[in-house]
Design a protein around this ligand. Structure first.
Ligand code: ARG
Length: 451
């Protein structure tokens, strides 16, 4: 009878649409049915509901599920609408479904139940992306490319080393999502409005029926807490930030002619017939902005909310759902683009030594022969300053003479200098842990495959 009164008191008016989350709640329709079923089964087992009433409610829920979310007609949210639909089917006793609970613990359970699934999808996408990056990397352990800092040529590296850098970052993104998952996956159900209930409910039972690992125990916390949304959205925003860097690189590398995206990941221009644009990567890059905005929106809604439930919360989880959808899709698109792209090995090899990118290796060589690194740096810098783009043995020799008082031969033999100046040899020499040397990256690849 209470529900009838509630519906009569708040049956219409100009704010009805404003109050309603029914349309957005389509996302938690299936979750709400699961939560309703678990609650009713528990009430039955505890002797709080008559078995016949419980059975009738469960039948009605099956029927409502068959009809689908679109068939719901009344209520300011999916919880009220499903209850109304139950009562329509089996009469007033349908109102017993809401014994010992509130929409506050109900909606919190629904959000967690649904987000758990979405988090698993996001995790799967990151694992798949990592696998794809590592597969491409395995084909390119010897493909030398320019490495940049400040977008300036810095040191030669390999495509494998570059791709593994993102595979490693994605591994941490996966860990963050798993971490968030553990705290999403706890049951608030049974908190009721926030203050618990006098009924002899079994919270562990509903948690188990819904597959939750334990409870959000304090009932006020359980109804109020949305930090699991913050963590998940933050994890997703971090993931999208990783992806945005990869996407930006692919935009830049496409422009430089280092890589060509497959047509399936490119777009053209409606006016310029010759254009092949990396639009998918630009959208991946843009998604990071949406995710950051979602996290900001969520935190802004949650900041300073008083205990316990406040209707602001209705606008919180939508940020998390939107962010996780966009970023999961972006993850798959970015991975697909990498998996199908063609690395232009000749252009990469030609560019690898540009801008005297082997300068550090020459300084390393002098330092290895006993010259303090800072002094070695000065020798190579002064050679670069005088010679410009292409630094020869002779340039280095006269710089050594000027700075150290001895020619280059006093510190390194000609072959060693030639190797240091060669991008391929330069990469091969950098075999410190995590470095780009081909045999070193093989080790990284197997770690990334196993992890
Ligand atoms: N639609 C609401 C939400 O998403 C459900 C809870 C409503 N509770 C209340 N006390 N008005 O938060």
């Amino acid at each position: 009878a209470g529900d009838v009164v509630r519906r009569d008191r708040f049956s219409g008016g100009p704010a009805r649409g404003f109050l309603s989350s029914l349309a957005a709640d389509e996302r938690i329709f299936a979750a709400d049915l699961a939560v309703d079923r678990a609650h009713v089964v528990m009430l039955d087992e505890q002797g709080i509901l008559e078995p016949a009433d419980a059975a009738a409610i469960l039948d009605a829920l099956d029927d409502i599920e068959d009809a689908g979310h679109g068939a719901l007609s009344d209520g300011e949210d999916v919880h009220a609408a499903i209850e109304t639909a139950v009562i329509e089917r089996i009469g007033e006793r349908g109102g017993r479904m809401h014994t010992a609970r509130s929409r506050n613990d109900e909606v919190a359970a629904c959000i967690r139940y649904r987000l758990r699934e979405d988090a698993l999808d996001a995790i799967e996408a990151t694992l798949e992306a990592r696998r794809m990056l590592v597969d491409v990397a395995a084909d390119h352990t010897e493909t030398v490319m320019p490495g940049f800092t400040h977008l300036q040529p810095a040191q030669p590296t390999t495509v494998a080393h570059y791709l593994c850098s993102y595979a490693s970052a994605l591994a941490r993104d996966t860990e963050r999502l798993f971490d968030a998952y553990d705290r999403i996956n706890r049951s608030p159900l049974g908190a009721a409005a926030f203050a618990g209930t006098p009924f002899d409910i079994d919270r562990e039972r509903t948690a188990a029926l819904l597959g939750f690992e334990g409870l959000v125990e304090n009932s006020m916390d359980a109804a109020s807490a949305r930090d699991f949304l913050v963590e998940t959205t933050a994890a997703v925003a971090a993931l999208s930030t990783t992806l945005s860097g990869l996407a930006e690189d692919l935009v830049v590398y496409s422009k430089a002619g280092y890589v060509e995206l497959d047509d399936a990941y490119a777009s053209t221009s409606s006016i310029m017939p010759q254009k092949k644009n990396p639009d998918t990567m630009e959208l991946v890059r843009g998604t990071a902005g949406d995710a950051a905005a979602g996290l900001g929106g969520l935190l802004s809604i949650l900041k300073g909310l008083p205990r316990a439930y406040n209707r602001d919360l209705q606008r919180a989880h939508t940020h998390a759902f939107e962010a996780i959808d966009a970023v999961t899709e972006a993850t798959s698109v970015a991975a697909g683009a990498v998996a199908t792209a063609e690395w232009r090995t000749d252009a990469l090899a030609a560019a690898a030594g540009e801008g005297f990118s082997t300068a550090t290796g020459v300084a390393d060589l002098l330092a290895a022969s006993g010259v303090p690194f800072r002094t070695a740096h000065e020798v190579v810098a002064s050679a670069a300053e005088r010679a410009g783009e292409t630094v020869t043995y002779a340039d280095l020799d006269s710089a050594a003479e000027a700075v150290l008082g001895d020619g280059l031969a006093a510190y390194a033999d000609r072959d060693a200098v030639a190797d240091a100046l060669d991008p391929v040899e330069s990469v091969r020499s950098r075999d410190s842990v995590g470095g780009p040397a081909p045999e070193t990256i093989e080790g990284s690849l197997s770690t990334l495959r196993g992890g």
